[in-house]
Design a protein around this ligand. Structure first.
Ligand SMILES: [Zn+2]
Length: 325
């Protein structure tokens, strides 16, 4: 448990001989516990599936950063040596200098900074990314990939990402950025979901509801936590197929998604491993989960025990009674 959340940790013993180069490599990765037994080196590998920041966490960061960044001018930038998911182009560093930050926004799980002369600096937090405004005097933490000095000299914007699945990209204008989102197939925002679009998406698919909710092409911003919470809110079983839903059920799910996301934004998101908001604070919504991470605990509605199953490649939590098939 971390910050009160089940991080889906599974321990599986893997046995390697002492001389096996794999064991040395895995040891160097530093994510393994070691012990000696019967002349063999036993490596207990901790397999973790990290929940990633979803729409409410990203929206919370945006709301924190906005008042602190709006109108500020970037005076210098420092980029780390290691590449993130998308490589940083050298010329971007000089392109940024002197630009004023005109808007701070969000699209799905992406954070967008609109700069002077139409430039758009776009961040994705990946699994462990942190985008924060911090006092400039604060020592730069390890894995800080981008540091931006601002014309308010006592603060800096920093992007830190331990596992480097996040990204920072500079787009020359909005049209290019939008084209990038289109090419990536990014679906509409949950708050702007057209009822007919949503109904059609469900009616056309034989995938289960959990898979549909996780598909960023159908709907932007929802991940594992809020998919489970929304299905509980809508009293729909995660295994139900999209095409099996009646019109009133699809409407109920659409409204449930909005309700759950707004509720989580009000609580400043869920603090899951490595997530902090734009000021470095943790969120509170993890204390309000109805089903996520609550396997074996009583349902808040009916007291039946919450179940966890594997669905669409992810751990899925639901109440078998409230969300019957
Ligand atoms: Zn229940």
């Amino acid at each position: 448990m971390e910050h009160g959340i089940n991080t889906e940790k599974v321990k599986k013993p893997l046995i390697f001989s002492v001389l096996n180069p794999c064991s040395i490599l895995f040891g160097l990765l530093g994510r393994f516990a070691w012990c000696k037994s019967a002349g063999l080196l036993i490596i207990i590998r901790e397999r973790r599936k990290f929940p990633v920041p979803e729409l409410p966490e990203v929206e919370t960061i945006v709301r924190e950063l906005r008042p602190r960044l709006l109108g500020r001018r970037i005076t210098a930038g420092r980029i780390g040596k290691k590449n993130l998911r998308r490589p940083w182009k050298t010329r971007w560093s000089s392109d940024l200098i002197g630009r004023r930050i005109e808007a701070v926004g969000r699209r799905g799980k992406w954070i967008l900074l609109r700069l002077e002369k139409e430039l758009h600096l776009v961040f994705h937090l990946g699994m462990t990314g942190q985008l924060t405004v911090v006092p400039a005097r604060l020592i730069r933490a390890l894995h800080t990939h981008l540091t931006m000095r601002l014309d308010q000299e006592d603060i800096q914007l920093r992007f830190r990402d331990i596992r480097r699945f996040g990204s920072v990209t500079l787009f020359a204008n909005e049209a290019i950025m939008q084209s990038f989102f289109r090419t990536s197939g990014l679906g509409p925002e949950p708050f702007d979901l057209e009822p007919r679009y949503w109904r059609d998406c469900l009616a056309r698919t034989s995938r289960c509801l959990k898979a549909v909710l996780l598909d960023q092409r159908v709907l932007a911003g929802v991940g594992n936590i809020y998919a489970d919470e929304a299905l509980f809110e809508a009293k729909l079983h995660p295994k139900r197929l999209g095409l099996s839903l009646r019109s009133r059920e699809s409407g109920r799910l659409r409204r449930a998604i909005v309700t759950v996301l707004k509720r989580a934004i009000d609580k400043r998101g869920s603090s899951i491993r490595d997530y902090v908001d734009g000021s470095g604070r943790e969120g509170d919504y993890q204390n309000e989960f109805r089903v996520y991470g609550r396997a074996g605990k009583p349902c808040v509605r009916c007291r039946h025990l919450i179940r966890r199953i594997r669905l669409a490649g992810r751990s899925t939590h639901f109440c078998p009674r409230c969300q019957s098939k």
